[in-house]
Design a binder for this molecule. Structure first.
Ligand code: SF4
Ligand code: SF4
Length: 77
């Protein structure tokens, strides 16, 4: 089944705590290897999905746990 959601992460707002990565039930967020201006490795949404991966459901758990309010969640109708 196609994924129903996507997220936008504000990489400059991100403090690199990686809580969102830990809490995403579908493994849709990863660590970006590029440092942001604050010197943190920000979280990055994984756009491409491997075969059999569920993809983002728009559950918003990542946004709820983010202490920096750096994540916006979009849900497809
Ligand atoms: S929870 Fe927020 S601050 Fe922490 S890594 Fe994710 S986007 Fe960055
Ligand atoms: S909305 Fe849910 S499924 Fe999508 S990236 Fe965030 S925690 Fe993962």
């Amino acid at each position: 089944m196609a994924a129903k959601g996507k997220i936008l992460i504000n990489g400059e707002r991100c403090k690199g705590c990686h809580l969102c990565i830990e809490f995403c039930p579908n493994g849709n967020i990863e660590v970006d290897e590029v440092l942001n201006k604050k010197g943190y490795n920000p979280a990055r949404f994984r756009e491409t999905k491997e075969e059999g991966e569920k993809g983002c459901t728009g559950c918003a758990q990542c946004a709820v746990v983010c202490p920096e309010i750096a994540i916006e969640v979009y849900r497809a109708k």
